[in-house]
Design a protein around this ligand. Structure first.
Ligand SMILES: *Cc1c(COP(=O)(O)O)cnc(C)c1O
Length: 416
C-alpha cells in the first residue's frame, strides 16, 4: 500500500486520538479527572515501573494512565500534535510559557553555572535570569544580534567564565524590534564551550514565530520553548506553554515537570487542541495582513521607521539570516512614530478596532508601547542600545480584514 506523509495541518483534527476509546466521540473529550482506574494490581505495577524509569517501555506499549500530574489524554494527544509542526521527538505542555522556560533553566543549570542569553528577551524571562537565578548562584551574560561568534566567545573568556557556561538561550526574532539572531552562531558558540562530559545546550524561545514560520530544531538547536498563550492558543483566552526537543532532553524536562507539578490542566489541553485545528489558517491570514499593514506604514508621513522582517533588503546581513531561518515574515511588527511618547500615546488612545493590550499572536489585532509597558523593566541604557525608544509602537496583527486594520491605523495617525 502506498504510504502518504500528511502535512501537519491535515492531522490536527485526528492525530493521536482513538474514538473507540471514547464511545466513538469524534472529538477528544475533556478528561476532567485527577486519577485513572487500573484494571488490576499487576497493571498498576507495570504502569508505575515505566513512569518511574524502573524499566523501558515494550516496543508497542503505550504509557499507562496513572494520575493527571504525570499524564492525561488531553495533554498527551496535544503533545503528539505539537511535535508534528517542529518535527520534535517529544513535547511537554506547561501551565504557562514562563513555567516552560523556568523549568528548562532549572533542569539544565546548577549553582555555579552560567548561561548566555540573547538581548532583549521577554520581560518575564529577563526577570527570571537576572533576579531569580542569581539567588541560586546561576549567572546570565547577555549578547546582542550584532556580535560575532568570536566577539561572544572573547567576552566570556575575558570574564573567566568559559568553563561555567551550560546553556545558550535565544529569542529570535527579538521582541519588539524583530532583530534576528543567527542560530548557527549560537550552535557554534555552544559547541566551542562544550568538552568531555560538559554539554552546552541551545534553547530557543520560538513564540514570536510560532511553530509555522521557524523550526529551530531543524536548524541544530536542542530545545524549543513556547508561550502557547500566543499563536498556538491564538484566541487570547488561555495561558499555557510548551517545550519540545529530543527524547534525551525531554525526559529530564518531563521529570522535573512531574515534580514541580506545573503541567497544564485537561481543560487548557482541550482548548489548545481546538486551537491547533486552525493554527495554519489563522497564522497564514495574520501574516498576509501584516504585509499589507507594513507596506501602508512604510509610506506614511507620520511614521519614521518600520521594523518588519518582510522589508529586509538583500545585502543586509539580517536578510541572510531571515532567508536561512524563516519561511515567512510573520505577523509582528513595530514602528517609530514621528515625535515621542506623547505622539505614540495619542496614536494608541485613538485606535477604535485594534485593542490596546500586551500579548500577541491572537485573532484580534493588538497594539502597545514597549518602552512604558512590556519593556519598562529594561534599563534605560539597554533600551537605547536595543532601539526601544519612546517613539516605538508594537503591533500584533490579527485575522480581521486588512483594510479595516489599515483604516484604524490611518485614522489614529491622523489624530496625532
Ligand atoms: C508571552 C511570552 C512569554 C511568557 O509566556 P506566558 O504564557 O505569558 O507565561 C515568553 N516568551 C515570549 C517571547 C512571550 O511573548
Amino acid at each position: 500500500m502506498l504510504e502518504r506523509y500528511f502535512q501537519p495541518e491535515s492531522l490536527m483534527m485526528t492525530h493521536g486520538y482513538k474514538p473507540e476509546l471514547s464511545e466513538g466521540a469524534i472529538k477528544c473529550p475533556i478528561f476532567q479527572t485527577s486519577t485513572f482506574v487500573f484494571k488490576n494490581a499487576e497493571e498498576g505495577k507495570a504502569f508505575f515501573q515505566v513512569a518511574y524509569g524502573k524499566r523501558e517501555k515494550e516496543p508497542n506499549e503505550e504509557l499507562g494512565l496513572i494520575y493527571s500530574r504525570l499524564n492525561n489524554p488531553d495533554l498527551q494527544i496535544l503533545e503528539e500534535r505539537l511535535c508534528l509542526w517542529d518535527k520534535a521527538d517529544e513535547c511537554a505542555v506547561f501551565e504557562s510559557g514562563m513555567s516552560a522556560i523556568s523549568t528548562v533553566m532549572l533542569e539544565f543549570l546548577r549553582p555555579g553555572d552560567m548561561m548566555l542569553y540573547s538581548m532583549p528577551v521577554y520581560g518575564g524571562t529577563d526577570h527570571f535570569i537576572n533576579k531569580v537565578l542569581p539567588q541560586y548562584n546561576i549567572q546570565g551574560v547577555g549578547f546582542t544580534s550584532d556580535q560575532t561568534t568570536e566577539e561572544i566567545l572573547d567576552h566570556i573568556q575575558s570574564l573567566g567564565l568559559s568553563d561555567k557556561v551550560k546553556m545558550v538561550y535565544v529569542e529570535t526574532p527579538a521582541n519588539p524590534t524583530n532583530a534576528l539572531f543567527d542560530l548557527s552562531v549560537c550552535r557554534i558558540v555552544a559547541d566551542r564551550l562544550s568538552y568531555g562530559e560538559k554539554e552546552v545546550v541551545v534553547c530557543v524561545d520560538n513564540t514570536y514565530m510560532g511553530p509555522l514560520w521557524q523550526n529551530p530544531l531543524q536548524l541544530g538547536v536542542d530545545l524549543v520553548v513556547y508561550s502557547a498563550t500566543k499563536y498556538i492558543g491564538g484566541h487570547s483566552d488561555l495561558i499555557a506553554g510548551a517545550v519540545l526537543g529530543k527524547t534525551k532532553y525531554m525526559k529530564r524536562v518531563r521529570t522535573l515537570r512531574t515534580f514541580l507539578g506545573n503541567m497544564a490542566g485537561p481543560w487548557t489541553g482541550w482548548l489548545l487542541m481546538r486551537s491547533l485545528e486552525t493554527l495554519k489558517v489563522r497564522m497564514t491570514q495574520q501574516a498576509k495582513n501584516a504585509l499589507e499593514v507594513a507596506d501602508f506604514l512604510k509610506n506614511h508621513p507620520k511614521v519614521e521607521k518600520v521594523y518588519y522582517l518582510g522589508h529586509l533588503q538583500e545585502g543586509d546581513p539580517q536578510y541572510i539570516i531571515f532567508k536561512k531561518q524563516h519561511t515567512c515574515a510573520g505577523a509582528m511588527l513595530s514602528f517609530d512614530i514621528k515625535g515621542g511618547e506623547k505622539e505614540a500615546f495619542l496614536f494608541l488612545n485613538n485606535l477604535k478596532l485594534i485593542k490596546l493590550a500586551v500579548s500577541l499572536g491572537s485573532t484580534e489585532s493588538l497594539a502597545e508601547h514597549p518602552a512604558t509597558m512590556t519593556h519598562l523593566d529594561v534599563s534605560e541604557e539597554d533600551r537605547k542600545r536595543l532601539g526601544i525608544s519612546e517613539r516605538l509602537v508594537r503591533l500584533s496583527i490579527g485575522v480581521e480584514h486588512y483594510s479595516d486594520i489599515i483604516w484604524d491605523i490611518s485614522q489614529a495617525l491622523d489624530k496625532v
